[in-house]
Structure formats: C-alpha cells, structure tokens
Design a protein. Structure first.
Length: 136
C-alpha cells in the first residue's frame, strides 16, 4: 500500500475500532466494507496518477539535459538519456526517428505505468513541453 494511503486507512481503522463495540455486527461489517472500498479507490487513484507523475519527471529531466538544451527537446539522444533518469523505470514508448534526423518524429512520448498512460508532448522548436493524462 502506498505511503499516501496509510494515514487515510489508519483513520478509517481507528474510527471503525472506536465505533465497533457500540454497533451491531451488520453495521461493523458495513464499516469494514466501506474501509476496504476506500482503500481500493485510493489505490486506483494512485495507480492512475503514476504515469502522469513519471511523465512530469521525464519532462523535468529534459529541462536540465544538456543535449536537449543544445539540440532541442525532440532530440532522440536527449529523450533516451532523460528516460533513464525517471524514477520507477516506467515503460516509455514513442521515441521514433524514422527519417534519421536525430529528432523524434511526432513529438509525442508515452509513459506507461500500472496499466495507465500519460503523454509528454514536445514542440518542434522551443522548450514548451506539456504533459496530459492518457495515451498519446
């Protein structure tokens, strides 16, 4: 379980334990089900956020990459170097240079983690990158 979920779970467990003696078994069971549902919802929310956070990390790594500064953020070398610096080592796809110019062709790099995706969008010129949740 994620460290972010632990405080929420602790509060819900504490409330359940404090109220348990005064409640019927059906009420306690319902409280346990509610707690389990909240845990699952929190985990899904964290899983959905993971690729976005990792795409933002890729974006940040590009901002300080010397190759990206000299050759542009679409530089295949800069993208591959920055990808090695992303924590969690997510699957990064879409770095394609079909025409051999050393630049990513479409300016879209997808970060996949925990069954979800985020898209890093790179301009043809300049450094104004953006990240959107969901696949490219």
């Amino acid at each position: 379980m994620s460290p972010i979920c632990r405080p929420l779970v602790a509060v819900l467990v504490a409330c359940t334990l404090l109220l348990a003696p005064a409640c019927s078994k059906a009420t306690r069971d319902k409280a346990k089900d509610t707690l389990k549902s909240a845990q699952q919802d929190a985990q899904v929310a964290l899983d959905k956020a993971a690729p976005r956070v990792e795409a933002e990390a890729l974006r940040a790594a590009l901002k300080v990459d010397p190759t990206a500064r000299s050759q542009g953020v679409r530089s295949v070398k800069a993208l591959r170097d920055a990808a090695t610096k992303v924590p969690g080592h997510p699957q990064i796809t879409g770095i394609v240079d079909a025409n051999g110019d050393g630049k990513d062709d479409d300016g879209k790099v997808q970060v996949n983690a925990k069954g979800y995706a985020a898209c890093l969008i790179l301009p043809a010129t300049g450094t104004d990158t953006t990240v959107k949740s969901g696949p490219c």
